[in-house]
Each structure stands twice: as structure tokens, then as C-alpha cells.
Design a protein around this ligand. Structure first.
Ligand code: C5P
Length: 230
């Protein structure tokens, strides 16, 4: 089987309160997006890496390496649309049964070991798989002032990469669009697949693969990078 990486990186990073898009914030001196790209470049299992950015992104050319990565300037208004546009641009390049690993640019802590763990553990699973972490905290739900506790049994926090076969992922995202779900509600790829009644495999990830969202997260991500295994 062939494995490809697709990195949606067309977000504006509204929650980060930074001056530019957060995928270009530096973590340990290197733009966050480049960390994600490098993890796939260093993995021998990945055939090629694609990055989806906005049509008018002024920073991307100075961040991508000259080999092994193709930039697709077709970002959409939501993450889901960016992934969909990227997959559409790869029609004719990818085969229906190729695996696509979709990974957020905002997760700079990914490394080859996690990529390989995901691929090996998912194997030839009929649906696909994603990295995730078991929930360790007690989970509260608060709606209009009414607070309750949700059992954490069986609860996981989804990470990326999330890997699915090209055809299934494309069809699942198309179905999510047809069902008139708000694309902002489809915050990961697996949820679109689950909406078809399919269950992907959950593969235990690692806290270092955290998503950089809030301002303080940059220093935490740098701490994890500094403790990288050789
Ligand atoms: O904002 P959030 O952290 O949920 O974004 C997750 C990923 O989706 C980021 O890598 C971001 O750049 C990407 N994204 C995108 N197109 C959008 C919004 C987000 O590619 N319109």
C-alpha cells in the first residue's frame, strides 16, 4: 500500500492572538508547519507530503523544503473544506485505495515513531485509524448553567494524523457536506467517517503530539521538543 500525508494549513489561528497565522509561529526556532512536514519527510513509509494553504498565503514558499513536498493553494473557509479541496486536487494523482494521513499543521510534536505506530497498528483495518489519548480527567458538561459529569469510560481525545483510504475519506467528507452539517462542526476527518456508521481504530498517541491553540501552548510544545528521543 501507498501512504500519503495531507496537512491542512490554511487556518488563521484566531484563538492564538498572534500577529500571523499560527502554523508559521516558531517552535524552537522552526515554524510549526515545518515541524509537521519534517516528521513526514523523515518517515520512510510516506510516499509524498501535500500541504494545503490559502491561495494568497505569502509565507509558504519560505517554509517548504525543495523536495518531497507539494503545496496546494486551495485552502477553504473551514478545516473540512481545506481537506476536501486538497483531496479534490489530488484526483488523478492518488488511487482510490491509497492511504491518506491527514495531520494538523498545529501539531508540531509529531515524530516518525508516532507515524509508524499509527500505520502499523491500523494495518489493513477496513475503515482506518487515528492517534488519540484516553481521557484522564473527570469530564464536565455545562450547558446554559446546568452542569453534569460525563463518564470518562471509553472516552478519548482525538489527535492527528488520521488515516483513511482516499476514496472513503473523499466520500465521507462529501456526505458530510450533503447532509448539510455545518462544516465548522466537522472538526476532524474521523467524525465524517463515523457519520457513515463506520468505526475507525483508535491508536494511543502521545501528549507531545499536542495541538498548539492558546498562547501558552508554544512553550509547552518547546518543552516536548527539547525532550525528543534521539
Ligand atoms: O484551528 P484549528 O487548530 O482547529 O485548525 C486545525 C488545522 O486546520 C490547522 O492546521 C489549520 O491550519 C487548518 N485549517 C485549514 N483551513 C481552515 C481552517 C483551519 O486548513 N479554513
Amino acid at each position: 500500500p501507498r501512504y500519503f500525508a495531507l496537512i491542512p494549513a490554511a487556518g488563521v489561528g484566531a484563538r492564538m492572538a498572534a500577529s500571523g497565522p499560527k502554523q508559521y509561529l516558531k517552535i524552537g526556532g522552526k515554524p510549526m508547519l515545518r515541524h509537521a512536514i519534517d516528521a513526514f519527510l523523515f518517515s520512510e513509509l510516506i510516499a509524498h507530503t501535500y500541504v494545503v494553504v490559502s491561495a494568497d498565503d505569502p509565507f509558504i514558499d519560505s517554509v517548504v523544503p525543495s523536495h518531497g513536498v507539494t503545496v496546494l493553494r486551495c485552502g477553504g473557509a473551514t478545516r473540512m473544506e481545506s481537506v476536501q479541496n486538497g483531496l479534490a486536487a489530488l484526483a488523478g494523482t492518488l488511487r482510490e485505495n491509497d492511504w491518506v494521513l491527514v495531520h494538523d499543521a498545529a501539531r508540531p510534536g509529531l515524530d516518525e515513531a508516532l507515524i509508524e505506530k499509527l500505520i502499523t497498528s491500523t494495518g489493513e483495518h477496513p475503515v482506518g485509524g487515528l492517534l488519540a489519548l484516553p481521557v484522564v480527567d473527570t469530564v464536565k458538561r455545562s450547558i446554559a448553567g446546568e452542569v453534569g459529569t460525563v463518564s470518562r469510560e471509553g472516552m478519548w481525545l482525538a489527535q492527528t494524523p488520521q488515516m483513511f483510504r482516499y476514496r472513503l475519506l473523499r466520500d465521507a467528507l462529501a456526505a458530510a457536506t450533503d447532509s448539510a452539517r455545518d462544516p465548522r462542526q466537522v472538526t476532524d476527518d474521523a467524525s465524517a467517517v463515523e457519520a457513515l456508521g463506520l468505526s475507525p481504530k483508535l491508536v494511543e498517541g502521545h501528549p507531545r503530539n499536542m495541538k498548539v491553540t492558546m498562547p501558552g501552548d508554544v512553550r509547552l510544545a518547546e518543552m516536548y521538543l527539547a525532550t525528543a528521543q534521539p
